[in-house]
Each structure stands twice: as structure tokens, then as C-alpha cells.
Design a binder for this molecule. Structure first.
Ligand SMILES: C[S@@+](CC[C@H](N)C(=O)[O-])C[C@H]1O[C@@H](n2cnc3c(N)ncnc32)[C@H](O)[C@@H]1O
Length: 314
């Protein structure tokens, strides 16, 4: 696997939003090519520790090589961030001063044709982050009913041409490679394809990746666990690259930083909910123009951060 190509996004902003301090204990749920993990560990010296999780065994192998200079201060576990509570319990790694999730895919994964994430590289329709998982993109592309497929493209890819694309896929299947699928999408989208700045298969591939890896469900499962792992004034930082993920994060932070979660029209509060988080910043933090110029992949990034409030004295 080549490792030179992944440029980590908003590293300085992430370290700042986490308020990394010497001796702190940090959880990186998507350790990947370690850009964030390294910067956190550098800022947490002396005495800082980090637990890095990744579903992808290949990515984790690379992370191990890159983080070797931190010795036992860094621990790495192949696993799912949706199981971070259990992983931290098993590792005796809680409470933590900060949790970071840098969602989605790394450039290393995208660049590896054999992983099947890229529409421009001939590879199998795979798209699994964890290669021990059973379901692949081929199972969905070749197995779903047309309507199910269209709904998936609409829901996870926000693809306006979901129906014609699903129809064309069903007519042309079985499909076995990424490039074959990309061509079918291009045919379905027709003349519109040439007027778009992004490749017409971008949304289809994103939708399939999200579905194969159940990314939104995992994120929804992970956020309350991350919150539960934070010590007082611990920070949660999430970087998202598409609106559905960002919405999940935004809603979670909104809810947990509110003193009342009753329906808006209810005249008297009955929920008894108390804010346990404080939002950091007014909205999502976006990458600087210079970063977008240097790393176009950062263009869609949104960073949201929150701080765990100490319990209110009775
Ligand atoms: C954008 S990359 C992270 C890059 C990393 N922050 C860096 O600076 O190099 C996202 C990583 O999250 C991993 N990943 C995706 N879903 C995951 C999950 N549910 N649990 C753990 N890791 C996951 C991917 O395998 C990938 O390596």
C-alpha cells in the first residue's frame, strides 16, 4: 500500500479544538494514516497517551510503523469506532481528555484499485473498510431490487438521478468492476454527465460505500459512546466530509448541549434533560483557502467540536 498520498485535514484546527495538553489521554477512532494521531501525540508530550482504532487492517499496519517512535504511549487496536466503549474498557483507557473521529475514507484506500473504492481505477466492487466483513458493494449492486437500489442512492448519495441509474444498473447486471459500474452510471446520466464538474458516478460510489460499511449507523452508535468516555472538560472533535454525516454530528451536539429536548411546541418542559456538552465555536469550522488549494480533498470538510461539562452540583 502506498502511504505517501494521504494528507490529513485541518490538523492544527483539530489539535486546537481538542485543547490537547501534556500528559493528556486521547482516543483516535479513525487512526488511518496517523496525521491527526501524530500531531496529537506531539502536542501531548510529555506523558501523553493515545489509543488508535481503525477497521482496516492494512491501515493499522501502516499506523503501527509510523507511530513506533511513541513506544508504549500509543496503543493500536483493529476495531470499529462504534464499539469504542468496549475497546476502551478492555484497554483500561477511560476517561479520556479527547476523542477524534476523522470520518470516511483515506486517500490510501481510494488509491488502491483492489479495494474497489474508486470509479477511476479498475477493481472489484468491494468497498469494505474491514475486509473480514461479508457484504461487499457487488452484493448490493447485483442483489438489491431496483427500487431498493434507487432508494439507497437517493438516501446516502443524495443522487437526483437515482431512479434512472438504478434502472440501468439492473438492466446491465451482473456488474463486477468499478469501471464497469462507473460507465453504467455515466450512460444513465447521459448528456448531464458532461456538464458536471465532478464525475457522474461520485454520488453512486459514495452511497454504496456508506451502505456497505453502514457508516451513518456506526456514527450514530459511536457519538453517545464518545460522550460517555469523556472526562470533565474533555473534548469531542468530528471531521465530516458529506452533509449526511455532518447532520448526524450537528444534531447530536445540539441535543446534548440543550437543557430541554421536549418538542418545540410543548409549553412546559417534562424531559428532565440536562446539557452535558458545550458547543465549541458557532458552527462547523471549515478548512482555510490555503488548505483547500494545497489539498482539494479538504474542500468538503466540516469540523465540529464540543466540550464535556462537569456535572452540576445538586
Ligand atoms: C479519513 S481516514 C482517517 C485519516 C487519519 N485521521 C489521518 O490523519 O491520517 C478514515 C479512516 O477511518 C477508518 N474507518 C472508517 N470507518 C471506521 C469505523 N467504523 N471504525 C474504525 N475505523 C473506521 C478508515 O479505514 C480510514 O482509515
Amino acid at each position: 500500500m502506498t502511504d505517501a498520498t494521504h494528507m490529513p485535514v485541518m490538523v492544527r484546527e483539530t489539535v486546537e479544538a481538542l485543547a490537547v495538553k501534556p500528559g493528556g489521554r486521547y482516543l483516535d477512532g479513525t487512526v488511518g494514516a496517523v496525521g491527526h494521531a501524530e500531531a496529537i501525540m506531539d502536542a501531548a508530550r510529555p506523558g501523553g497517551t493515545l489509543l488508535g482504532i481503525d477497521r482496516d487492517a492494512e491501515a493499522l499496519g501502516l499506523a503501527r510503523d509510523r507511530l513506533v517512535r511513541f513506544g508504549d504511549d500509543v496503543r493500536l487496536v483493529q476495531g470499529d469506532y462504534a464499539e469504542m466503549e468496549q475497546i476502551c474498557r478492555e484497554e483500561g483507557f477511560a476517561p479520556v481528555h479527547g476523542v477524534v473521529l476523522d470520518l470516511g475514507i483515506s486517500s490510501m484506500q481510494l488509491d488502491r484499485a483492489a479495494r474497489g473504492f474508486s470509479f477511476s481505477k479498475e477493481g472489484p466492487l468491494d468497498m469494505r473498510f474491514n475486509q473480514e466483513q461479508e457484504v461487499t458493494a457487488a452484493d448490493i449492486v447485483n442483489g438489491y431490487a431496483e427500487e431498493e437500489l434507487a432508494n439507497l442512492l437517493w438516501r446516502y448519495g443524495e443522487e437526483p438521478r437515482s431512479r434512472p441509474i438504478a434502472r440501468r444498473i439492473v438492466r446491465r447486471r451482473p456488474l463486477s468492476t468499478t469501471v464497469e459500474l462507473a460507465k453504467v452510471v455515466e450512460e444513465a446520466v447521459g448528456g448531464r454527465a458532461r456538464r458536471q464538474t465532478t464525475h457522474p458516478a461520485t454520488r453512486t460510489f459514495m452511497a454504496l460505500r456508506i451502505a456497505v460499511n453502514q457508516e451513518l449507523l456506526r456514527l450514530e452508535t459511536a457519538l453517545p459512546q464518545a460522550y460517555g468516555l469523556l472526562g470533565d472538560l474533555g473534548r469531542l472533535v468530528v471531521l465530516s466530509y458529506q452533509s449526511l454525516e455532518d447532520r448526524v454530528v450537528k444534531r447530536f451536539v445540539q441535543r446534548e448541549s440543550s437543557d430541554c429536548i421536549c418538542p418545540p411546541r410543548q409549553p412546559v418542559c417534562t424531559c428532565g434533560h440536562r446539557a452535558g456538552l458545550r458547543k465549541i465555536g458557532r458552527g462547523a469550522i471549515r478548512p482555510s483557502e490555503e488548505e483547500v488549494k494545497a489539498n482539494p480533498r479538504s474542500r468538503s470538510a466540516r469540523l465540529r467540536a464540543a466540550e464535556r461539562l462537569p456535572p452540576v452540583a445538586a
